[in-house]
Structures are given as structure tokens and as C-alpha cells.
Design a protein around this ligand. Structure first.
Ligand SMILES: [Zn+2]
Length: 116
């Protein structure tokens, strides 16, 4: 499994976590951030089914979700499931960094979540 290539930013003043990066802290307007990576498993916060996928996807639809890692980073990723059947908010997901689609034959990597 390759490492999750996400960098999150923690405000040095108030500790608020940002991903993706913002120029100024959304909470206190601070400008200094400490970089860190998501760790551990993730808890599903919200999810949806996405149809009409951009070019390069083989699937008919995707299930995507926002999940929160154990160290607080929230990120959007593709959930590895065939249907919404077994998916529910609050469930634990195992994150991985994998090809999510192919553009001109080259894999584009992204975040995926596997329900545990
Ligand atoms: Zn702040």
C-alpha cells in the first residue's frame, strides 16, 4: 500500500486543521501553519453517489465520502463499495492511496476508503 500523499495544515495559533491549504486560518486568520499527514483509519462523516463521471473513469457511478482521520484531517475520497447498501455515517474506513482513474493511459492517484 502506498503512503497517503496528502498534506494537511494545522494553524500554529489556534490549532484549526485545514485541508486543502488556505492562505489564512479560517478560524483565527493566522498565517502560520504546520504541515502534517493524515494518520490512522478514518470515520465516515458524509457520503453520496456520483453519476456523470469525468472522462477517464470506467465505473458507471462512484460512491464518494468525506471522512475524518484519527488525527483530525477531513478529506474526500472514493469509497470501495458496489452500492450504498452497507454504507453508513460513522463507520470506520481504511484509507489507501491508489489509482482512481486513467488519463492517456497514465494512472491518476487519489484517496480511497475501504469499509471495515
Ligand atoms: Zn487559527
Amino acid at each position: 500500500m502506498s503512503e497517503i500523499k496528502i498534506t494537511a495544515y494545522k494553524c500554529k495559533k489556534c490549532g484549526h486543521i485545514h485541508y486543502p491549504q488556505h492562505e489564512r486560518c479560517l478560524k483565527c486568520k493566522g498565517r502560520e501553519f504546520e504541515e502534517f499527514e493524515p494518520e490512522g483509519n478514518a470515520k465516515l462523516l458524509a457520503y453520496t453517489q456520483m453519476f456523470n463521471l469525468p472522462w477517464g473513469f470506467d465505473e458507471r457511478f462512484l460512491i464518494i465520502g468525506i471522512a475524518q482521520f484519527e488525527n483530525g484531517v477531513k478529506a474526500l475520497g472514493q469509497i470501495k463499495a458496489e452500492s450504498l447498501g452497507g454504507i453508513k455515517s460513522g463507520m470506520t474506513l481504511k484509507p489507501s492511496w491508489e489509482p482512481v482513474r486513467y488519463v492517456y493511459g497514465e494512472p491518476v492517484y487519489g484517496l480511497k476508503f475501504e469499509p471495515l
